[in-house]
Design a protein around this ligand. Sequence first.
Ligand SMILES: [Ca+2]
Ligand SMILES: [Ca+2]
Length: 97
Amino acid sequence: MIRPVAAFVLLVTSPLMAQIAPGRSQPTPAALQIFERDWVLMNWALKYYDADKDIRIEPAEAQVAAAAFRRIADADNDGRVTPAEYRAARAFILARY
Ligand SMILES: [Ca+2]
Ligand SMILES: [Ca+2]
């Protein structure tokens, strides 16, 4: 009698688990896409955040670089980078780095 109950619990809880831990099995975070989309940010990330110097930004490096970019870009510190803040930060990086 225990077995069917356990199977039922697993069936019910597994979609919930998938929602709680998104991206655990999918190692391509949004952080990496920021840099793949924009060569200015990619060059900047490669210069300062390519920790193993293989001239590639891995997901873990992208997360560090994205966090650093957010600190630069989020001028009003509301935790979000608006398109205007993004453009300003991109221009700043392009001019300075
Ligand atoms: Ca690397
Ligand atoms: Ca902001």
